[in-house]
Design a protein around this ligand. Structure first.
Ligand code: SAH
Length: 362
């Protein structure tokens, strides 16, 4: 680790401000961003269009330092999972899911998670800290590197989902800068619908996200009444269903019909009855949305099991008949524990969670 400023912590605007501060022109910042994200170059001597003077000034005061990959696992279905070391105590996981028409990178935003959703293995290990912008955007950079994209010029990562470890909207400032880089043509240049922020429902930040970005939103709903949602997604006690759905409506105003995706994990005997499906239809009235049913992925220590296929299909049929576009998400990377809710990484200490929980949120 180093005390030098890590340029990966800046989006374009803040990097321009930094260059201004050190007495350089803002277009130099743009050149540096292009080197990093278009060419995969993070060593100053290779940045040949910068003056020697500027390069040595940058060398002296700054670094361009993504986190490091410690291990890589490959699933039979082509999914790849990387364990990413952030510092000597903390690591997170990043997952690449190739499909015929796209490649999705699932990135983490926190070490562990403070939200304590009962069916998620990340929750079990507690929360340690927020990722910095360099650690968030760095996952995308090192995935591109590992996939050979900088060299080949092939765009294998076409979609980004904030569905790895952590609650992205509890790390708003850093996630926002990472989103800016993901959607900036000088950096990764992804279209807004190809970047999805998934949240358990931190309402004030959903409103901010609408004001600040054009990205898509996914809501981890998982229940269609407050009593059940309070028990499996405890943040619901602070941000109850009706308020959350109203926030989704605000978010979708003036956007494409599919700007909001509703995620619903299928838990055997818990939230998967016909009545649950009907209640969900009622909840979603007036909200342009599509639903992703996620088969529950097991992990050590959980008592939950996944609903059987017939139950999932019956649930889906009720939604579809009500005119709600619904898909059952394919489980990918299960053999390497890379599926939704199975990511663990490494948290410094389980006790840290209790010290660092966001006061009053849970
Ligand atoms: N904190 C964010 C990102 C979490 S992970 C959020 O809550 O949306 C992305 C999705 O995986 C969420 O919908 C989450 O609820 C779901 N998930 C968590 N554990 C799961 C499990 N064991 N099986 C299936 N999906 C799970």
């Amino acid at each position: 680790m180093t005390d030098k400023t890590n340029l990966l912590d800046f989006d374009r605007k803040s990097l321009e401000a930094y260059f201004d501060e050190i007495g350089d022109k803002s277009f130099r910042a743009q050149q540096v961003i292009k080197w990093i994200f278009h060419h995969g170059v993070i060593d100053y001597p290779s940045m040949t269009n910068l003056s020697k003077n500027l390069r040595s000034k940058l060398e002296e005061n700054t670094v361009i330092q993504p986190p490091e990959i410690v291990t890589e696992q490959k699933s039979e279905d082509g999914t790849r999972k990387w364990l990413v070391q952030l510092d000597n105590k903390n690591s997170v996981e990043t997952v690449f899911i190739p499909e015929n028409d796209r490649g999705t990178l699932c990135i983490s935003s926190q070490v562990g998670c403070p939200l304590d959703c009962k069916f998620c293995s990340t929750a079990q290990q507690g929360f340690n800290r927020n990722l910095t912008t360099s650690e968030i955007i760095g996952q995308v950079w090192i995935a591109n590197k590992a996939l050979g994209c900088f060299e080949s010029g092939k765009r294998m990562i076409t979609n980004i989902v904030f569905m790895g470890m952590g609650e992205p909207l509890l790390n708003y400032a850093n996630v926002l800068k990472a989103i800016n880089l993901l959607t900036d043509d000088l950096a990764f240049g992804l279209a807004r619908r190809r970047v999805t922020v998934s949240t358990s429902g931190i309402i004030p930040e959903i409103d901010r996200l609408k004001d600040d970005t054009n990205v898509s939103l996914a809501i981890s709903l998982h229940a269609s009444n407050n009593e059940l949602r309070n028990s499996i997604v405890p943040i619901n006690r602070s941000f109850p269903l009706a308020d959350l759905l109203a926030a989704c409506k605000r978010f979708s105003e003036g956007r494409d019909d599919d700007a909001v995706t509703i995620e619903y994990v299928m838990l055997n005997g818990i939230n998967d009855s016909i009545q649950d499906a009907r209640d969900l239809v009622k909840c979603l009235e007036g909200l342009p949305s599509k639903v992703n049913l996620i088969p529950f992925n097991k992990f050590p220590g959980t008592n939950y099991t996944c609903s059987d296929m017939n139950t999932i299909n019956a649930f889906r049929d009720i939604l579809m008949k009500a005119g709600i576009f619904t898909i059952t998400r394919k489980t990918r990377g299960d053999d390497i524990d890379a599926a939704c809710g199975q990511l663990v990484g490494k948290v410094a200490s389980k006790a840290a969670r209790h010290q660092k929980q966001q006061a009053g949120l849970i």
